[in-house]
Design a protein around this ligand. Structure first.
Ligand code: UGA
Length: 430
């Protein structure tokens, strides 16, 4: 099939590369000239393991352009995968979706299906269809489908090629048939429903995962108080298939561009219906306090941070990405700087992005050793393999005081004890 993808962010680019891998011809269009030029040279503008290779492998079936007409004119299916940033009140800014819809309306010259893959509030796909129909330049038949995505950064290609489900929100058998032609080569289970329900599946899924994380974090906090071990507790819970073992890793809270935004957007949607989503509100509050949990713990060892040498390991909101949006590390570094600490950080790929947030105030180190040398305290905010594999004894050797506060439970308690470090983690007895 001839497919166009509007927006070469995470979702658009990964989707396009995977569709090309399955044999479709895919034209990617974006208004960002710099990104398009990079892609034309076979370079990925985003950090995602395996993506550049997949783009290069399928370059004959992939086209990158800034010209909507070139991409959409003759496409069978046009996928909208532009960003939907958050507004200060928690609502979703749909500016880029409308811009894409406008371009599509003006450029399509044959019947097609437009699939909205961006995460959009319930009801948006209906509005997009009405709008495109009213503004289309040629008398063609255009149907809009809600087609949310469930890929995670860091594992995006695997998540797309081997997705748990393809959700299709359709209003006609024709649209369903066309979308199945797109996805049949993936051999994945379908959920076919109406557009609004499909849009809701996306929010309800992401927010459920956020709830699961906040719940396990609260249980972890309680484990600390009563002397239980959260890892064993989570293992015991996760073996029950009704609960499932994934997203039960206690830590310092969720970050990233999705969970924080989607929880707020769902609350905003409910507010508009005069309905209070109490569980979601609670999950958000737990997450905010969990983010600074390690700072609280550190205060039981030091009376202040002023003048202390503080090592920070891990900046990104999770391993496998260079994304630091809403990362718990940011809230913690802000407190440390505000209170006068000298902060030295190490992250394998997140430091370039961090330099935009903290250009001068912190020292960027090229190795873990450099960050922890002579430090008074070390905080761990992301469970990168390099940090997990770092020899715990090195903290004792290199730090001024071996006080390690680990927000992602990277080490066994036994190895910390053996190394003779003061080790605080989440939800575990010391
Ligand atoms: C999330 C969803 O997992 C995807 O299914 C969805 O498609 C995506 O949002 C999106 O809406 O685009 P992502 O934000 O890439 O994906 O990251 P996750 O792997 O879900 O992690 C989110 C946060 O939760 C991270 O900060 C991670 O450290 C934290 N987390 C995750 C935990 O604290 N504990 C866990 O057990 C799992």
């Amino acid at each position: 099939m001839d497919i166009a993808v509007a927006g070469v962010g995470y979702v658009g680019l990964v989707t396009a590369a995977c569709l090309a891998e399955k044999g479709h011809k895919v034209a990617c269009v974006d208004v960002d000239v710099e990104k398009v030029v990079l892609l034309q040279r076979g370079k990925s503008p985003i950090y995602e393991p395996g993506l550049e290779e997949l783009i290069r492998k399928n370059r004959e079936r992939l086209l990158f352009t800034t010209d909507y007409a070139a991409a959409c004119r003759r496409a069978d299916v046009i996928i909208i995968a532009v960003g939907t940033p958050e507004e200060p009140d928690g609502s979703v800014n749909l500016r880029y979706v409308w811009e894409a819809a406008k371009q599509i309306a003006q450029t399509v010259e044959k019947d097609c299906v437009v699939a909205v893959k961006s995460t959009v509030p319930v009801g948006t796909s209906d509005q997009v269809e009405r709008w495109i129909y009213e503004h289309r330049k040629h008398p063609v038949h255009i149907e809009v489908v809600a087609n949310p995505e469930f890929l995670s950064q860091g594992t995006a290609i695997k998540d797309t090629l081997h997705a748990s489900r393809i959700v299709l929100g359709v209003e006609s058998p024709h649209a369903e048939k066309v979308m199945k032609e797109v996805y049949d080569p993936f051999y994945l289970p379908y959920v076919v429903t109406d557009r609004k329900s499909a849009e809701m599946v996306k929010y309800a899924s992401n927010v459920f995962l956020a709830l699961k994380i906040s719940y396990i974090n609260e249980i972890a906090n309680l484990c600390e108080m009563v002397g239980a071990n959260i890892e064993d507790v989570a293992e015991g819970m996760g073996m029950d298939p009704r609960i499932g073992s994934r997203f039960l890793r206690a830590g310092i809270g969720y970050g990233g561009s999705c969970f924080p935004k989607d929880t707020k957007a769902l609350r905003w949607l409910a507010d508009g219906c005069d309905y209070e989503l109490k569980t979601v509100q609670a999950a958000m509050e737990v997450n905010e306090s969990q983010k600074v949990k390690l700072i609280e713990k550190a205060r039981t060892y030091v009376s202040h941070f002023r003048g202390l040498e503080v090592a920070v390991l891990g900046l990104t909101f999770k391993p496998g990405t260079d994304d630091i949006r809403e990362a718990p590390s940011l809230a913690n570094i802000a407190v440390l700087l505000e209170e006068g600490a000298n902060v030295r950080v190490w992250d394998p790929v997140g430091m370039e992005n961090a330099k935009r947030v903290f250009p001068k105030e912190i020292t960027y180190c090229s190795t873990i050793e450099e960050a922890v040398a002579n430090a008074d305290i070390c905080f761990i905010f992301t469970e990168w393999p390099e940090i997990r594999q770092f020899d715990v004894r090195q903290y004792a050797n290199l730090m001024k005081t071996p006080l390690v506060l680990d927000g992602r439970n990277c080490y066994s308690l036994a190895s910390a004890r053996e190394a003779g470090i003061i080790y605080e983690s989440i939800g575990r007895k010391r």
